[in-house]
Design a protein around this ligand. Sequence first.
Ligand SMILES: Nc1ncnc2c1ncn2[C@@H]1O[C@H](COP(=O)(O)OP(=O)(O)OP(=O)(O)O)[C@@H](O)[C@H]1O
Ligand SMILES: [Mg+2]
Length: 218
Amino acid sequence: MGDSIVKALSGVSLKIEKGDFLVVVGPSGSGKSTLMHILSALDHPTSGKVFIDGEDTSVLDDWHLAMIRRNKIGFIFQTFNLIPTLNSVENVTIPTEPMNLDREQVDERAVSLLKIVGLGHRLFHKPQELSGGERQRVSIARALINEPEIIFADEPTGNLDSVTGKHIIELMRKLNIEEKKTFVIVTHDQSLLDFASKKVFLRDGQIIKLELNSKKGA
Ligand SMILES: Nc1ncnc2c1ncn2[C@@H]1O[C@H](COP(=O)(O)OP(=O)(O)OP(=O)(O)O)[C@@H](O)[C@H]1O
Ligand SMILES: [Mg+2]
């Protein structure tokens, strides 16, 4: 920023293991979104490395990084990021568009994912005809369409009331346990820590504490 250097993250070392339900909490500006972007290879760190499935992402070109993101990673956003003119099934299948897949099979898979997230009765609704919680369920189904290994969620409950938010985090935990998906969730909302298998506390760009949840370990 002009002459001053902002260190959004500093000295962060973190290992995410298969089956983790990792919740990162920290106040606004603590570096949560930056951490997500670095971990998911959307941004490059100025120093340090990120390994995904043992692969050093710092040596990969943009095409390989895009392939990793498409095949191994699902994303969930605070603002859902659904396309308003498309219905639920169409929104869920969007990440598969660049791929040469059998459309009928993809649609079938989208329908089954929408059923898993509890939206079997909202398959052909447009986002504006859905509640906030329902929109986030569509975006969770979309995150799963390419059968990713890991799902990154940035403030997934940030635009939802607390009861709906709890249902959404419970759904993600269920997918973690039943579908064996790894989740990394960043949030300022401390109440989401109750669901975590691993808890990371971020402050001023540094991990100040890492805790395992003995009660709910995945
Ligand atoms: N492109 C940038 N240039 C300069 N500073 C940046 C940039 N992006 C982020 N920052 C700074 O880095 C720090 C971390 O930002 P980040 O967006 O990761 O925080 P956050 O924890 O996600 O906050 P929030 O809860 O408000 O979303 C902040 O101080 C922010 O101002
Ligand atoms: Mg953020």
